[in-house]
Design a protein. Structure first.
Ligand code: SF4
Ligand code: SF4
Lengths: 168, 391
């Protein structure tokens, strides 16, 4: 008998509380975004599609040392070196297979030249598997960016180690 | 004419919305009653343990995220603690506190997903929407820390991958402030909801003795009234410095486990608050040349750091011969990593003790003699992640 009374009490007294919770949401602003038109800003550390950086004088930062390929747990990076007109080493072929890549960011961490970064872009669907072999030409930024992650990093290096001379 | 009575064998899954992935259950029925329910696993086998054997120690880390993808930081933590034990690395105090904070956030996140999906299995649709909305706050913290919302790889061998982000405290404080009110909402919706009570009270019961005999851990064990929590029983990563309760259930049914998990979320919030208040200053990585990657600032400035950076990334580090086991209390139970090393730079064998797998083994016991519709409730209340069951 007691059990039954309790159950009846729950149905008539406690369950409406739940309905109130649901009903309250009619008067709240929706938390969802109108996605393709509005996007959520990603955090600075977000690990999206890769890009390769340039120096301020537009030469490529990457020297094809292969450290990123060594660090890659998915073996997604392939590269071949060459020399430019000034005799500096750079990458002739630099490819990332985005279908293998797990976006762990180890390449970015490994790179001693601060050349490769994982950007903010997360929309790269395609209908063709070959399009996911991401080549150097697609990855290289056209112009050196104003506020690069490596500039922030260098500022931190200067702060940590108290360097005063100018770093380009 | 007499009706023929015989047992019916029914195949549930592997594609079934309430099996939380690709679990197959072969159920033998006598009318509506379950005679036997046998879980069949292996549909999500990824060979993660084997893959980890072929990778350098630091490279095997991203694999751990992908086992229990609802609690990536716990998996990272378990693996890193095991390797640190093997290499005898002592991490800075700050790292320990930050790890505790993150592991507890993970517990909340995992329990929220559990709550949403479990309620959805039992027919309460809106719970899923609410819990996923609230989980977003914690996923945001992950994203700010490691840069990825699920596969964080943030906790690394010897420390963390980056310094804690500048807005870390603000974001976590928001979680602490908002979650209790949301928990009250969940309680209003479910705790006294007669339908929910009827579906979970006295369903999927397991006694304390059986729970121990099956080797259950986590909420499955504590729900039956056994007060065993690795954070108290065998503290790791500085859990002995925190003040928190270990809630236990009484009857060991699905409803008790529901209440228990809600209480665990509250206790986790307490731990997080203590961790934030008492977070000491210090480096975010241990200084162990040749084993732990030096911070990037040093790599760009100091020659020797650069050399170590190259050496660790290309060759990894050599581990001493031997074997270690490290268990942690993951949201689902005892998550253990056993690493056996033959002295090279790759693990010889890694064996994971996955809580979901062991807990799932109790499914025949939980469902025996119950109604067929309660199989769904039993699977839900075990809280399995198939990625971890199959590895
Ligand atoms: S991206 Fe960096 S690590 Fe990779 S080859 Fe170029 S310089 Fe080396
Ligand atoms: S993000 Fe990780 S998987 Fe992808 S290319 Fe870089 S190192 Fe390899």
């Amino acid at each position: 008998m007691n059990e039954v009374l309790k159950a009846v009490g729950n149905v008539f007294l406690k369950m409406p509380l739940g309905f109130v919770v649901t009903l309250r949401h009619f008067f709240k602003k929706p938390v969802t975004l109108d996605y393709p038109y509005k996007k959520k800003p990603m955090t600075p550390r977000y690990r999206g599609k890769h890009y390769l950086e340039r120096y301020d004088d537009s030469t490529e930062r990457c020297v094809c040392c292969g450290l990123c390929a060594a660090a890659c747990p998915a073996d997604a990076i392939y590269m071949e070196p060459e020399e430019n007109e000034k005799g500096e080493r750079r990458a002739k072929i630099y490819e990332i297979n985005l279908l293998r890549c797990i976006f762990c960011g180890f390449c970015e961490e490994a790179c001693p030249e601060e050349a490769i970064f994982l950007g903010q872009d997360y929309e790269f669907s395609d209908v063709n598997r070959n399009a996911f072999i991401y080549t150097k030409e697609e990855m290289l930024v056209k112009h050196p960016r104003k506020d690069n992650p490596f500039k922030r990093l260098y500022r931190r290096v200067r702060k940590v180690h108290g360097v005063t001379d100018k770093i380009s | 004419m007499s009706l023929e009575q015989k047992e019916l064998t029914l195949n549930m899954g592997p594609q079934h919305p309430s099996t939380h992935g690709v679990l197959r259950v072969i159920v033998t029925l006598d009318g509506e009653r379950v005679v036997k329910a046998v879980p069949v696993i292996g549909y999500l086998h990824t060979g993660i343990e084997k893959t980890m054997e072929s990778k350098l120690y630091y490279k095997a880390l991203p694999c751990t995220d992908r086992m229990d993808y609802l609690a990536p930081m716990s998996n990272n933590l378990g693996y890193c603690l095991a390797v640190e034990k093997l290499m005898e690395i002592e991490v800075p105090e700050k790292v320990k506190w930050a790890r505790v904070c993150l592991a507890e956030l993970t517990r909340i996140k995992s329990h929220l997903v559990w709550l949403g999906t479990h309620a959805l299995d039992l027919g309460a649709m809106s719970m899923l929407l609410f819990t996923f909305r609230d989980r977003e706050m914690i996923v945001d913290v992950y994203e700010a820390c490691g840069g990825q919302r699920m596969m964080t790889s943030y906790i690394r061998i010897g420390g963390l991958s980056h310094e804690l982000p500048p807005d870390f405290e603000k974001k976590v404080r928001r979680v602490i402030k908002e979650i209790p009110a949301k928990l009250n909402d969940y309680e209003d919706l479910l705790t006294k909801n007669e339908i929910f009570i009827n579906r979970t009270r006295n369903v999927a019961v397991i006694s304390a003795e059986d729970a121990i005999n099956y080797g259950l851990s986590g909420p499955m064990l504590r729900g039956s009234g056994v007060k065993h929590d690795l954070r108290k029983a065998n503290p790791y990563s500085g859990y002995e410095n925190f003040d928190f309760e270990v809630p236990v259930g009484k009857k060991g049914d699905a409803y008790d486990r529901y209440l228990l998990r809600l209480e665990e979320i509250r206790q986790s919030l307490r731990i997080i608050e203590q961790a934030l208040d008492g977070m000491p200053e210090g480096p975010y990585r241990a200084h162990v040349p040749g084993v732990v990657l030096p911070p990037k600032e040093d790599v760009l400035y100091k020659m020797e750091s650069l050399i170590f950076h190259f050496k660790i990334i290309t060759e990894g580090f050599k581990s001493p011969k031997g074997a270690v086991y490290q268990g942690i209390e993951s949201p689902k139970g005892e998550l253990g990593f056993y690493i056996s090393s033959d002295g090279s730079n790759k693990p010889n064998r890694i064996r994971v003790r996955p809580p979901s797998f062991v807990n799932l083994a109790s499914l025949p016991k939980l469902t025996e003699g119950g109604l067929f519709s309660d199989v769904v409730c039993a699977i839900g209340s075990i809280d399995i992640v198939l990625g971890e069951v199959d590895r």
